[in-house]
Ligand binder design. Structure first.
Ligand code: ADP
Ligand code: MG
Length: 262
């Protein structure tokens, strides 16, 4: 098993708060790695440090063996590591289909737009191919009927599915999802789970932060548990259930088991 992502001794403080404190873990190629822990554990900050949205005080992030800490999100995403945010981000005024086309990596995207204005036959064909792919991806995520809808009009769950579809178009090596079930109606749980599992089939490895533990249990191969900025346990979900440190970390916080039949 190859470590696609290797986080070593990462630190980040905000004033007097040590948000991430000697955090180390790995995520393997071809696997879904869960990152869980109570509110304030430092999960989102860790993602910010890994994806270039914040600069660590210390520590190393290796992606495919290359150091990426301190690089810009733009460079890191071009290397094949992309992340989502706790609130979905879309271009609200553009259609669902246009949002998908914009998700392609720049060289492909440029070719697409250029082909519309300065059409050589080869470029037109490439643009058509991209449209065909976009339509197929929309169909797979159950969004095809909504392709001409303004993305801003979608429900919370549909925006998440659109975000997943955009990731599929971008074809990264690794995606980090920050609480993708947040704001999503539990009836979409099944579709969200198959979407996450579908990334693996498409060749994209996954790190997922999620409060919904049944969802984590269902989709992950390995789980990393954080508390107070540190990793306190690692392993398959089943093996963590009885771990006293994990139970302690969650005391005082009710994990959202109410979504159990999502
Ligand atoms: P999680 O995602 O696990 O809930 P966060 O990474 O959001 O945790 O937060 C970890 C800690 O860092 C919390 O105590 C939070 O209040 C603090 N924190 C996060 N971002 C900032 C910030 N930009 N400025 C100050 N404190 C922050
Ligand atoms: Mg968070």
């Amino acid at each position: 098993m190859t470590a696609l992502l290797e986080v070593q001794d990462l630190h980040k403080h905000f004033g007097g708060v040590q948000a991430v404190d000697a955090c180390s873990f790995t995520a393997a190629e071809g696997q879904i790695t869960g990152l869980i822990g109570p509110n304030g554990a430092g999960k989102s900050t860790a993602i910010d440090l890994i994806s270039g949205f914040k600069i660590p005080d210390a520590g190393t992030v290796l992606f495919e063996g290359k150091e990426v800490q301190g690089k810009t999100p733009h460079i890191i995403s071009r290397m094949g590591l992309i992340r989502t945010f706790q609130s979905p981000r879309e271009w609200p005024g553009l259609s669902v289909l246009e949002n998908l086309i914009l998700a392609c990596f720049e060289p492909r995207r440029e070719r697409f737009w250029r082909s519309l204005w300065g059409p050589s036959r080869a470029e037109k064909e490439r643009a058509n191919e991209q449209l065909t792919t976009a339509r197929a991806v929309l169909d797979e995520f159950g969004l095809f009927q909504l392709r001409n809808e303004r993305a801003g009009n979608l429900s919370g769950g549909q925006k998440r599915l659109l975000e997943f579809a955009r990731i599929r178009m971008a074809e990264p090596r690794l995606v980090i999802l920050d609480e993708p079930m947040g704001g999503v109606n539990p009836v979409l749980g099944e579709r969200m789970a198959s979407a996450v599992l579908g990334f693996i089939t498409a060749g994209t490895s996954v790190v997922i932060v999620e409060h919904n533990l049944p969802f984590i249990e269902r989709v992950t191969d390995q789980v990393v548990v954080m508390a107070e900025g540190r990793v306190i346990a690692e392993g398959p979900f089943d093996q963590l259930r009885g771990n006293p440190a994990v139970v302690d970390a969650y005391l005082g916080e009710m994990p959202s088991y109410d979504d159990a039949d999502a």
